[in-house]
Design a binder for this molecule. Structure first.
Ligand code: GTP
Ligand code: K
Ligand code: MG
Length: 405
């Protein structure tokens, strides 16, 4: 029997089993069995290098966003509208067959947007190009799940399930469970929060299913069986997702209103007709996308000079972090060693400039000057000459508190 058949069989057994205290342990065990099989399914077949088929696109810019959705929901049309890169769009399904990259320039940053083939139910099991598409989604910083506003609302759940089946976790944070396999010593089980959805016995049973007999387990929150399995598997990818309901031009205002109120959702229209372009809300989508990426632009200010507002260093709290240390590493690998302290202007600073150490967390549009150990601090006062591109927020603040150094 193949892996997929085995998964189906266990799923059927779970559906047959009534949920109650007596079956709780058995159900937990079945969940672990499925998780193990799904992980097997993700391993590339023996002898192949995995991927291929023109799906491997080099990362570019400050972040990557993937367009995921059923066929013909308007992914390619959206890519063309947002990036100017043409991606073939047509009224028939599976128009797009590979991964097509485009670039969005927004707020002095560059974001790579990836158009992908449509996926269908069963994609996680290898239907269509599902596996390759999902692999690209996993490599992204944000997923835009594109949905057709005029189609069934169940599509959102079906796609979410497909992505979850391959270890993607949308808009969730990792469970607060410490787990470490050991060589000896048995299982040490501790909690710092009352557990209502899993108990010690069930944990042991799941660990047993994984043939783990020595480990340290510490629950820091009231986690579920699924959370615990996610932590044991260790291969989950926690990723942000915005649900984009497209084609709102063909549904009534009541539907638009209802969809717009769904969690993490935005409604748009991007109808590209030969003679005219009817688009709605794309500016809001861009703003939302940028916000979700959590990018932090940091402008440098060389000693005695105006800050360079032309090109920010772009940090991210999700990728690499955004402390002064992360910033230094971004600029030059020896800078951390040479730094005496940093002077920081902007929203992360309590006063201007604030003397900061390596662990200080920078915020978007901060201005930073790294003072090196050998350098003497410069005396005179200076004001920033605001640049046409300069962030207005900093210009405002400068008025209130003139920038020294
Ligand atoms: N009415 C309306 N039609 C749209 C909108 N956006 C796209 N379309 C149309 O929907 C059809 C499918 O668009 P595509 O961009 O090819 O969709 P896709 O998701 O890339 O499709 P596949 O690549 O086949 O998965 C085309 O005929 C588009 O013109 C919209 O906002 N409103
Ligand atoms: K299409
Ligand atoms: Mg397409």
């Amino acid at each position: 029997m193949g892996i997929i058949e085995r998964i189906k069989e266990i799923e059927a057994e779970m559906a047959r089993t009534q949920k109650n205290k007596a079956t709780e342990y058995h159900l937990g065990q079945l969940k672990a069995k499925i998780a193990k099989l799904r992980t097997q399914l993700l391993e590339p077949p023996k002898g192949s290098s995995g991927g291929g088929d023109g799906f491997e696109v080099t990362k570019y810019g400050h972040g990557r966003v993937a367009l995921i959705g059923f066929p013909s929901v308007g992914k390619s049309t959206l890519l063309t509208m947002l990036t100017g890169t043409h991606s073939e769009a047509a009224s028939y399904e599976f128009t797009t067959l590979t991964c097509i990259p485009g670039v969005i320039r927004y707020n002095d940053t560059k974001i790579q947007l990836l158009d992908l083939p449509g996926i269908i139910e069963g994609a996680s099991e290898g239907k269509g190009r599902g596996r390759q598409v999902i692999a690209v989604a996993k490599s992204s910083d944000l997923v835009l799940m594109v949905l057709d506003a005029s189609k069934s609302e169940g599509h959102r759940q079906i796609l979410t399930k497909e992505l979850e089946a391959v270890g993607l976790r949308l808009n969730k944070r990792p469970p607060q469970i410490y787990f470490k396999k050991k060589k000896t010593g048995g299982i040490s089980f501790n909690t710092t929060a009352p557990l209502t959805r899993i108990d010690e016995k069930l944990c042991y049973q799941i660990l047993h299913e994984y043939k783990i007999h020595n480990a340290e387990v510490l629950f820091r929150e009231d986690a579920t069986v699924d959370d615990f399995i996610d932590v044991i598997e260790g291969n989950r990818k926690y990723i942000k997702c915005v649900y984009v309901y497209n084609k709102i031009d063909v549904v009534g205002i009541d539907d638009v209103d209802r969809l717009a109120r769904q969690p993490n959702s935005i409604v748009i229209s991007c109808n590209l007709k030969a003679s005219s372009i009817i688009s709605l809300n794309l500016d809001r989508l861009l703003a939302r996308m940028w916000e979700e990426m959590g990018l932090v632009r940091v402008y440098t200010k060389p000693q005695g000079q105006q800050p360079d507002f032309d090109e920010p260093f772009v940090l991210s709290s999700d990728r690499g972090g955004c402390t002064v240390e992360d910033f230094c590493n971004h600029v030059h690998k020896t800078l951390v060693k040479d730094m005496k302290y940093a002077l920081v202007w902007g929203t992360s600073a309590r006063h201007y400039p604030q003397h900061c150490g390596l662990s200080h967390r920078l915020e978007d549009e901060d201005v930073v000057q790294i003072v090196k150990k050998k350098e003497r601090e410069e005396g005179g006062r200076g004001r920033f000459k605001t640049h046409s591109n300069a962030p207005a927020r900093i210009a405002d603040r400068e008025k209130k508190a003139p920038l020294k150094q």
